[in-house]
Design a protein around this ligand. Structure first.
Ligand code: TXA
Ligand code: MG
Length: 351
C-alpha cells in the first residue's frame, strides 16, 4: 500500500480522509495531544484493522473521538457530574469512560462494559470529524510499544505502507496522550494522567479525584489493571533508561559519572537534562528535555526525544526528573514507564 501524506489544513485532504474513513479505511491524523490512527468506530472490521496495523493486543480498548456531544446519543450513558467536566474541558485533552450500549462494537472496547470518549480541540481534527460525521475510534498512531507520535514524520516512520493516508498538522501542542478519567466506579479516578491535571479536574468536580495506583510505579503481579493499557510495556526505548532523583548538585554529578562510566565500558550513553543543565553536561551527549521551570515544554518534547534515542543507538540513558505535580505527573508517568520505573536516588533527601 502506498501511504500519502497530505496537509491537514487543505480542504481536499480532509475530504479524502473523510471518504476513506467512511469506506472502512484507516487514516493517521493529528490531535492536540498526539497523532491518532482512526477508523469508523461503528465498523468492527475497520476497527480490527487498527489492531493489525499497530500490532496492538486485542484486549486493549480504543478511545472514540467525536466533535459534537449529540453524537453520543444511543452510544453511552452520561453519568451525573460528567456534563460539568464536558463543559469545562471539551474540546480538549480529557477522555472520559462511560457505560456503553450495544451499538459500540466489542472490538472497540475489548468487550468491556465501558467506552472511552474524547472530543479533540485541534481545528483540523474537528473539521475531519465533522466532515465524516462518524465517531472515530483512534489509538495513538504508533506501532505498539513505541512512543506515541507527535509529528506526522513519526506516524510515517511506524505506519508507512500500512495506511493509505496520513494528515500532517505539524507538531502536537500537548505532546502527551489525553488524561483518562473513569466516572463509572464511584469517585472519579484518573487512569492515565495527561494535559488536564488532577488539580484542574478537582476544581470543577469540587471533590477529590483519585489516582490509579500504578501511575508512578509498576503494576504488581496480582494487581488488576483498571485500564488495560497499563499492563503493557510502553514508551520504551531499546536502551536502558534510569531516572536520577535528588538534590540538583548530586543529580548532576551522578548523571555525569554514570554516563561517563558507561561510555568507558564501551556503551553508547547519554543524558536527558533540563535546558539549564546543557552546558554543565556538555561532555555527556546531553538531550534537552526543556526548561526545568516549564513542565509543559518537557511534555511537548519527550516522545520525540525518546524516539531519537533508538535512531542514535543509545544503550544507556540517564534522565533528570520533574516534580510529579500538574502536567509533571503525566511526564513522570511516561518517563517512569520508559525507565520501567528504575530510579537512582542520590544525595541527601533533606538537602
Ligand atoms: O490523546 C489521546 O488519548 C490519543 C489521541 C489519538 O486521542 N489516543 C490514545 O489512545 O492515546 P491509546 O489507545 O493509545 O490509549 C488509550 C488508553 C489505553 O491505555 C486504554 O487501555 C485506555 O485508554 N482505555 C480505552 N478504553 C478504555 C475503557 N473502556 N476502560 C479502561 N481503559 C480504557
Ligand atoms: Mg497509545
Amino acid at each position: 500500500m502506498n501511504t500519502k501524506v497530505l496537509d491537514a489544513n487543505a480542504p481536499e485532504a480532509i475530504d479524502l480522509a473523510a471518504r476513506l474513513l467512511a469506506e472502512g479505511e484507516l487514516v493517521g491524523f493529528p490531535t492536540e495531544t498526539v497523532y491518532g490512527l482512526g477508523a469508523n468506530a461503528l465498523d468492527p472490521k475497520a476497527v480490527l484493522s487498527i489492531f493489525a496495523a499497530k500490532g496492538r493486543p486485542a484486549d486493549n480498548p480504543l478511545i472514540v473521538h467525536i466533535w459534537h456531544q449529540r453524537q453520543l446519543e444511543g452510544l453511552c450513558e452520561i453519568p451525573e457530574g460528567a456534563e460539568k467536566l464536558m463543559r469545562a474541558f471539551w474540546p480538549g485533552p480529557l477522555t472520559m469512560l462511560f457505560s456503553r450500549t450495544a451499538r459500540i462494537p466489542n472490538e472497540v472496547t475489548a468487550g468491556l462494559p465501558t467506552v472511552a470518549i474524547r472530543m479533540p480541540s485541534m481545528p483540523c481534527t474537528q473539521r475531519l470529524l465533522r466532515a465524516c460525521g462518524l465517531p472515530i475510534a483512534a489509538p495513538s498512531a504508533n506501532r505498539s510499544g513505541r512512543p506515541s507520535p507527535t509529528l506526522a514524520s513519526h506516524v510515517l516512520e511506524d505506519m508507512d505502507g500500512r495506511v493509505p493516508l496520513i494528515l500532517d498538522g505539524g507538531p502536537c501542542q500537548v505532546g502527551l496522550e489525553s488524561t483518562v478519567l473513569d466516572l463509572t466506579h464511584g469517585q472519579p479516578t484518573i487512569l492515565r494522567p495527561g494535559g488536564i491535571t488532577r488539580e484542574m479536574l478537582e476544581r470543577v468536580t469540587g471533590t477529590e479525584v483519585l489516582l490509579a495506583g500504578s501511575i508512578l510505579r509498576p503494576l504488581q503481579p496480582n494487581e488488576q489493571a483498571l485500564s488495560p493499557g497499563m499492563r503493557y510495556r510502553h514508551y520504551a526505548p531499546k536502551g536502558n533508561v534510569t531516572l536520577v532523583e535528588g538534590p540538583e548538585t548530586a543529580v548532576l554529578e551522578a548523571l555525569r559519572n554514570r554516563c561517563l562510566e558507561d561510555r568507558q565500558a564501551g556503551r553508547r550513553s547519554c543524558v536527558l537534562c533540563f535546558t539549564e543543565h546543557m552546558d554543565v553536561l556538555a561532555d555527556c551527549d546531553p538531550h534537552d528535555i526543556g526548561s526545568r521551570k516549564d513542565e509543559a515544554q518537557v511534555a511537548h518534547r519527550l516522545f520525540d526525544i525518546l524516539r531519537r534515542l533508538d535512531q542514535e543507538g543509545m544503550e544507556t540513558i540517564y534522565s533528570e526528573v520533574v516534580p510529579p505535580e500538574g502536567v509533571g505527573l503525566a511526564v513522570m508517568n511516561r518517563l517512569g514507564r520508559a525507565a520501567a520505573f528504575r530510579t537512582l536516588q542520590v544525595g541527601n533527601k533533606e538537602a
